[in-house]
Design a protein around this ligand. Structure first.
Ligand code: DHK
Length: 155
Protein backbone atom coordinates (compact mmCIF):
# COMPACT_ATOMS: atom_id res chain seq x y z
CA UNK A 1 0.00 0.00 0.00
CA UNK A 2 1.25 3.47 -0.88
CA UNK A 3 2.16 5.85 1.91
CA UNK A 4 2.64 9.60 2.16
CA UNK A 5 4.32 11.50 4.97
CA UNK A 6 2.43 14.38 6.61
CA UNK A 7 5.17 16.31 8.33
CA UNK A 8 4.72 19.26 10.68
CA UNK A 9 7.41 21.34 12.33
CA UNK A 10 7.72 23.42 15.49
CA UNK A 11 4.72 24.70 17.40
CA UNK A 12 2.20 23.03 15.10
CA UNK A 13 1.42 20.61 17.94
CA UNK A 14 -0.25 23.64 19.57
CA UNK A 15 -2.78 24.09 16.75
CA UNK A 16 -6.26 24.59 18.17
CA UNK A 17 -5.09 26.88 20.95
CA UNK A 18 -2.09 28.66 19.40
CA UNK A 19 -2.87 32.22 18.22
CA UNK A 20 -6.31 31.19 16.92
CA UNK A 21 -6.76 34.49 15.06
CA UNK A 22 -3.75 33.50 12.90
CA UNK A 23 -3.90 29.67 12.84
CA UNK A 24 -7.58 28.92 13.50
CA UNK A 25 -9.03 26.46 15.98
CA UNK A 26 -8.58 23.18 14.13
CA UNK A 27 -6.19 20.80 15.90
CA UNK A 28 -3.31 18.89 14.35
CA UNK A 29 -5.21 15.66 15.02
CA UNK A 30 -8.18 17.04 13.03
CA UNK A 31 -5.81 17.89 10.17
CA UNK A 32 -4.29 14.41 10.22
CA UNK A 33 -7.80 12.90 10.00
CA UNK A 34 -8.70 15.32 7.18
CA UNK A 35 -5.65 14.30 5.13
CA UNK A 36 -6.28 10.59 5.74
CA UNK A 37 -9.87 11.02 4.51
CA UNK A 38 -8.59 12.53 1.24
CA UNK A 39 -6.17 9.60 0.83
CA UNK A 40 -8.53 6.77 1.89
CA UNK A 41 -10.40 6.48 -1.43
CA UNK A 42 -7.01 6.07 -3.14
CA UNK A 43 -5.89 3.34 -0.75
CA UNK A 44 -3.04 5.56 0.43
CA UNK A 45 -1.86 5.51 4.05
CA UNK A 46 -0.84 8.72 5.82
CA UNK A 47 2.06 8.63 8.23
CA UNK A 48 1.76 11.74 10.39
CA UNK A 49 4.71 13.10 12.32
CA UNK A 50 5.28 16.37 14.16
CA UNK A 51 8.44 17.54 15.89
CA UNK A 52 9.76 20.73 17.43
CA UNK A 53 13.33 19.63 16.62
CA UNK A 54 15.08 20.25 13.33
CA UNK A 55 17.21 17.08 13.44
CA UNK A 56 14.18 14.90 14.16
CA UNK A 57 12.48 16.38 11.09
CA UNK A 58 15.61 15.64 9.01
CA UNK A 59 15.52 12.03 10.29
CA UNK A 60 11.82 11.69 9.40
CA UNK A 61 12.54 12.90 5.86
CA UNK A 62 15.37 10.37 5.51
CA UNK A 63 13.13 7.55 6.76
CA UNK A 64 10.48 8.53 4.24
CA UNK A 65 12.95 7.84 1.44
CA UNK A 66 12.35 4.10 1.86
CA UNK A 67 8.66 4.12 2.68
CA UNK A 68 6.81 7.11 1.26
CA UNK A 69 5.86 8.31 -2.21
CA UNK A 70 5.76 11.97 -1.24
CA UNK A 71 5.63 14.51 1.56
CA UNK A 72 3.21 17.21 2.71
CA UNK A 73 5.32 19.55 4.79
CA UNK A 74 4.62 22.51 7.01
CA UNK A 75 8.08 23.27 8.37
CA UNK A 76 6.73 26.06 10.66
CA UNK A 77 9.38 28.64 11.51
CA UNK A 78 12.12 26.40 10.03
CA UNK A 79 10.68 27.35 6.63
CA UNK A 80 12.52 30.62 6.90
CA UNK A 81 15.80 29.38 8.37
CA UNK A 82 16.61 25.74 7.69
CA UNK A 83 19.20 24.83 5.09
CA UNK A 84 19.29 21.35 6.71
CA UNK A 85 15.63 20.67 5.93
CA UNK A 86 16.02 22.06 2.43
CA UNK A 87 18.99 19.75 1.83
CA UNK A 88 17.14 16.76 3.32
CA UNK A 89 14.25 17.20 0.89
CA UNK A 90 16.65 17.62 -2.02
CA UNK A 91 18.62 14.60 -0.83
CA UNK A 92 15.76 12.10 -0.71
CA UNK A 93 14.32 13.17 -4.04
CA UNK A 94 10.69 12.70 -3.00
CA UNK A 95 8.02 15.11 -4.26
CA UNK A 96 7.18 17.62 -1.52
CA UNK A 97 4.37 20.16 -1.26
CA UNK A 98 4.76 22.97 1.24
CA UNK A 99 1.80 24.14 3.33
CA UNK A 100 1.32 27.24 5.45
CA UNK A 101 -1.89 27.79 7.34
CA UNK A 102 -1.49 31.56 7.48
CA UNK A 103 -0.83 33.87 4.58
CA UNK A 104 2.86 34.32 5.28
CA UNK A 105 3.08 37.06 2.63
CA UNK A 106 0.72 39.29 4.62
CA UNK A 107 2.81 38.88 7.77
CA UNK A 108 6.27 39.98 8.96
CA UNK A 109 8.89 40.27 6.21
CA UNK A 110 11.02 37.47 7.74
CA UNK A 111 8.17 35.08 6.83
CA UNK A 112 8.21 36.05 3.17
CA UNK A 113 11.17 33.84 2.29
CA UNK A 114 10.97 30.07 2.21
CA UNK A 115 14.23 28.14 1.95
CA UNK A 116 12.11 25.06 1.16
CA UNK A 117 10.19 26.54 -1.77
CA UNK A 118 12.89 25.75 -4.36
CA UNK A 119 12.72 22.05 -3.45
CA UNK A 120 8.92 21.82 -3.38
CA UNK A 121 6.77 21.21 -6.45
CA UNK A 122 4.15 23.62 -5.07
CA UNK A 123 3.09 25.72 -2.13
CA UNK A 124 -0.27 26.37 -0.48
CA UNK A 125 -0.45 29.40 1.80
CA UNK A 126 -3.17 31.22 3.67
CA UNK A 127 -6.03 28.77 3.25
CA UNK A 128 -6.12 27.57 6.84
CA UNK A 129 -6.41 23.88 7.58
CA UNK A 130 -8.10 23.36 4.20
CA UNK A 131 -4.64 23.84 2.70
CA UNK A 132 -3.61 20.41 3.96
CA UNK A 133 -6.53 18.65 2.21
CA UNK A 134 -5.79 20.51 -1.01
CA UNK A 135 -2.12 19.61 -0.63
CA UNK A 136 -3.05 15.92 -0.27
CA UNK A 137 -5.08 16.07 -3.50
CA UNK A 138 -2.25 17.85 -5.29
CA UNK A 139 0.37 15.40 -4.02
CA UNK A 140 -1.66 12.33 -5.07
CA UNK A 141 -2.18 13.88 -8.49
CA UNK A 142 1.55 14.62 -8.75
CA UNK A 143 2.51 11.06 -7.72
CA UNK A 144 0.12 9.47 -10.24
CA UNK A 145 1.40 11.74 -13.02
CA UNK A 146 5.01 10.85 -12.17
CA UNK A 147 4.10 7.15 -12.25
CA UNK A 148 2.48 7.58 -15.64
CA UNK A 149 5.68 9.10 -16.95
CA UNK A 150 7.83 6.47 -15.27
CA UNK A 151 9.63 8.85 -12.90
CA UNK A 152 10.43 8.47 -9.20
CA UNK A 153 8.44 5.28 -8.70
CA UNK A 154 10.59 3.72 -5.98
CA UNK A 155 7.76 3.57 -3.35
C1 DHK B 1 3.59 28.23 10.74
C2 DHK B 1 4.53 28.72 11.59
O1 DHK B 1 4.77 28.14 12.75
C3 DHK B 1 5.26 29.97 11.30
O2 DHK B 1 6.53 30.01 11.89
C4 DHK B 1 5.36 30.23 9.80
C5 DHK B 1 3.40 28.77 9.37
C6 DHK B 1 3.98 30.14 9.17
C7 DHK B 1 1.95 28.60 8.93
O3 DHK B 1 1.32 29.57 8.53
O4 DHK B 1 1.47 27.47 8.94
O5 DHK B 1 5.92 31.50 9.59
Amino acid sequence: MKEILLLNGPNLNLLGTREPSVYGTVTLQDIERQVQSVCDPHGVTVKAYQSNHEGALVDAIHEAMNTASGIIFNPGAYTHTSVALRDAIAGVGLPMIEVHISNVHKRESFRHTSLLAPVSFGQIVGLGSLGYSLAAQALLDHIYKEEKHGENTKN
